[in-house]
Design a protein. Structure first.
Length: 288
C-alpha cells in the first residue's frame, strides 16, 4: 500500500523506539520522512535502514533556537505530518528528585514539543496533522513518577487545545502508551529491566509489555484519519483497566519509566503471553 506517496513527515525522536517505528510504517506506505534527534550515529543507522525516503536533521528539542533553525530550513507548507516522540525523562521519589531534573523533563517533553509545533506551523501543509506522545501516567499515577505523570497530562491537554485552535487546517492527537520495550529503558541494568517488563506485563490484561510498532500503528492511524482530532489514544495493553492490588500486597517495588505496576493478583488469563495475531501483523522492520 503506497497511500502516503507524496507526503512528508517530520519525526522528532525518529531515530529510536516509537519514533523509529513510526518512520518505518510511513516509509512502508510510500511516505518520505525527516528524522530529527540529537545523536548523529543513531540517525545515520536509521536512515541506512529506511533507505532513500529518509533524511535526518540534528535537533535537541530543548534548544529553541535549534528548533527555529530546523523549521526555517524547510520550505513553507512542505510537511504533512509532524510526530513528536522526543523526550528526556526523569523519575524518582518526589522528596528527592531535584526540581531541576523535573524541569529538564518538562523542557523536552512539553516545552520542546510546544515550541516545535509552533515553529512548524508555517511549514505544515493544510490537511496535515500533529501527533504528540504522552503516557498512561497522565491519568494512572505511579510511585516515583509524579512529575512524569504531570508532564504527560500537560502534553494531552496541549494536544486537545491545539486541536481546537489549529483546525480545520491541522488535526492534533496524542498517543498515550503504556510500557513499551524500547531503548528508552536501556539505561536500566538488563536484569532489572527484564524484571520490570515481566512484572508490568503480568499485571496487564494482554500479559506482556508493548512493542514500539504497536504504538506506531496508532500514531500513524491518528495522523492519517481525517475525522480524528483532539483524541488521546491509549495503547497500553489494558493498563487503564488492570486489576487493583489486593490489600497487603506491595505496589510498584520497581518502577521503570512510564509505567509503575502493582503486583498482579491471581491472573485469570495467562494463556496468551505473546499474541500471535499481534506479532504476525507487525512489519519485521519495525518490530520492537
Ligand atoms: N517506552 C515506554 O515504555 C514509554 C511509555 C510511555 C510513554 N513513552 C513516551 O514515548 C516517547 C518515545 O519513547 P521511546 O520509548 O520511543 O524512547 P526512545 O527509544 O528512547 O527514543 C527517544 C527518541 O527521542 C530522541 N530524543 C530524546 N531526547 C531528545 C532531545 N532532547 N532532543 C531531540 N531528540 C531527543 C532520541 O534520540 P537522541 O537521544 O539521539 O536525541 C530518540 O530518537 C517518549 O515521549 C516517552 O515518554 C514511552
Amino acid at each position: 500500500m503506497q497511500d502516503l506517496y507524496g507526503t512528508t513527515s517530520l519525526i522528532a525522536g525518529g531515530s529510536s523506539g516509537i519514533g523509529r517505528a513510526v518512520a518505518g510504517l510511513l516509509v512502508a506506505r510510500g511516505g518520505e520522512v525527516i528524522l530529527a534527534a540529537r545523536q548523529q550515529e543513531r540517525l545515520e543507522l536509521a536512515m541506512k535502514e529506511l533507505g532513500p525516503a529518509a533524511r535526518a536533521r540534528a535537533l535537541d528539542i530543548t534548544d529553541f533556537a535549534g528548533i527555529e533553525r530546523l523549521a526555517e530550513s524547510l520550505p513553507p507548507a512542505s510537511v504533512d505530518h509532524l510526530f513528536i516522540t522526543a523526550a528526556t525523562l526523569a523519575h524518582g521519589p518526589f522528596a528527592s528528585l531535584p526540581v531541576a531534573e523535573a524541569q529538564a523533563m518538562f523542557q523536552s517533553k512539553l516545552w520542546g514539543g510546544y515550541a516545535l509545533c509552533k515553529a512548524m506551523l508555517p511549514r505544515m501543509r493544510s490537511g496535515g496533522s500533529i501527533t504528540l506522545v504522552s503516557g498512561v501516567l497522565s491519568r494512572r499515577p505511579a510511585v516515583n513518577c509524579a512529575a512524569l505523570g504531570a508532564v504527560c497530562a500537560a502534553v494531552e491537554a496541549l494536544a486537545r487545545g491545539l486541536a481546537l485552535e489549529l483546525g480545520p487546517e491541522l488535526r492534533v492527537n496524542c498517543i498515550a502508551p503504556g510500557m513499551v520495550r524500547s531503548p528508552l529503558h536501556d539505561r536500566l541494568p538488563e536484569a532489572r529491566r527484564e524484571a520490570a517488563f515481566a512484572a508490568t506485563g503480568a499485571s496487564l490484561p494482554v500479559g506482556r509489555v508493548g512493542r514500539p510498532c504497536e504504538v506506531a500503528q496508532a500514531a500513524v492511524m491518528a495522523a492519517t484519519n481525517g475525522y480524528m482530532t483532539g483524541a488521546v489514544i491509549d495503547v497500553d495493553g489494558g493498563h487503564m483497566v488492570r486489576q487493583y492490588a489486593a490489600a497487603g500486597q506491595s505496589t510498584n517495588e520497581d518502577t521503570a519509566l512510564g509505567a509503575g505496576q502493582p503486583r498482579p493478583i491471581q491472573p485469570l488469563r495467562r494463556n496468551h503471553q505473546t499474541s500471535p495475531s499481534a506479532s504476525a501483523s507487525m512489519p519485521a522492520r519495525t518490530a520492537g
